[in-house]
Design a protein around this ligand. Structure first.
Ligand code: ZN
Length: 167
């Protein structure tokens, strides 16, 4: 594993998204970030402890909470695109990581080719030949209309990120 100080390659970091940032969490997983979600049952102290012991970078909109941690990202905008651009800027991640994680559980997706049996509806197994199975929760994914919409948005985010970087 490559590790060097000052190298903030996002693909090598792990994150914890604060409660209320569920949507951001799903979109970060589409980009390929390793991000866990702190549900509302977690107290501030639990969040601090989890980040410190597991080496997670906290993503939060809570100023006080972010100040209690050495490594955190404080988000100031409620806009999902702005939030994602902040993260892409601080922790760049390679395009090849896109769609490699389950948006629901953060598990790694495993490519399965060929017949899926009863795991997917018949019409889907007839029309698609590549499937991804989540190694965490077992959900099956394929490149349906959702996939196109998501990857289009990710490309637009990357374009915007590049424009901002050049300014
Ligand atoms: Zn999963």
């Amino acid at each position: 594993m490559m590790k060097s100080s000052g190298n903030k390659e996002g693909s090598g970091e792990r994150f914890l998204a604060d409660a209320m940032l569920g949507k951001l969490c799903r979109w970060m997983r589409f980009l390929g970030y390793d991000v866990e979600y702190a549900d509302s049952s977690m107290e501030d102290d639990d969040i601090i402890r989890k980040c410190s012991t597991c080496g997670l970078i906290l993503i939060t909109m809570d100023v006080d909470l972010s100040q209690r941690l050495e490594r955190s990202i404080l988000l100031r905008s409620f806009d999902i695109d702005d939030q994602l651009l902040t993260i892409l800027d601080a922790y760049p991640i390679g395009k090849e990581k896109e769609m490699s994680r389950c948006p629901v559980c953060n598990g790694i997706l495993d490519l399965k080719s060929g017949f899926m049996g009863n795991s997917v509806p018949e019409a889907i197994s007839r029309n698609f030949h590549e499937f991804w199975e989540c190694t965490g929760c077992g959900r099956i994914y394929w490149k349906g209309s959702h996939y196109d919409k998501i990857t289009k948005k990710l490309s637009e985010l990357r374009d915007e990120n590049n424009i901002r970087r050049e300014k």
